[in-house]
Ligand binder design. Sequence first.
Ligand code: MN
Ligand code: MN
Length: 301
Amino acid sequence: MFAHNKRLQYTVRVAEPNPGLANLMLEQFGGPQGELAAALRYFTQALAEDDPGRKDMLMDIATEELSHLEVIGTIVAMLNKGAKGELAEATQEAAELYRAINGAGNDSHVTQVLYGGGPALTNSGGQLWTAGYIDSIGDPSADLRSNIAAEARAKIVYERLINVTDDAGVKEALGFLMTREVAHQLSFEKALYSMQPNFPPGKLPPRQEFARVYFNMSQGEGDMRGPWNSDEQFQYISDREQQLAVDGGSGLPETALTPEQSVAVEQMAARTASDPQSNPMTGAELGSGQLDADEPAGRTS
Ligand code: MN
Ligand code: MN
């Protein structure tokens, strides 16, 4: 079950209304790296998890992310409060209201006019939240890696939001939320490495002849060697002949068809064959107004 506490996880102090800033904050409310996506990512993973340690961790972090959603949503609501009241009560002249929600690069008309100043389930550009933001695959070694990357991205978005905010209270709350993503990243990494082996993901082993090969496919000035393709770690292949048909086969696609299927495929190929000797008149040429007076034989215009 879920229980709600009326006190926030971190106290929200907003200096003054700022609908433009509220709009930017929506990135972490209903955006791809936002708190709703994080909460539902871990909550759904927790429901299906059979390992008791990971299940508990995922449920703890999912619940904390919901608490972050509450904090960031409260920041949005506080930053919008003034404009919301003014718009609802039409306390100013139309032009003044227009400026309040749209002026000074503050592009908050969608949140104001459509959503009434409440925290909308959109990103900062108005894109609706979607479950497509969550990429769980149901394997702990793959999902933990994705969770680590999701926390890293969330940390970066918070960092960018902190950099565009001059409201000290908002900055402080964002700094807390950013720091918690760092802590979550560490927990997920610890959980990943506490599972041995965790690489490669899944159960089927990779095919050994290809597992430690590096194909130098983009060749020319700028070719570089490093630990990602070092001779200690990888067999480094630059020879073009050794990069193709690596199975030792012809490299040409093959399939087996029934005799009836073969006949049908050949019939279709014959019916749709192109004539390399032709020079057909096209609509583009007809429309160009630049046709020769003497049309080639067989052509009509
Ligand atoms: Mn969070
Ligand atoms: Mn997190």
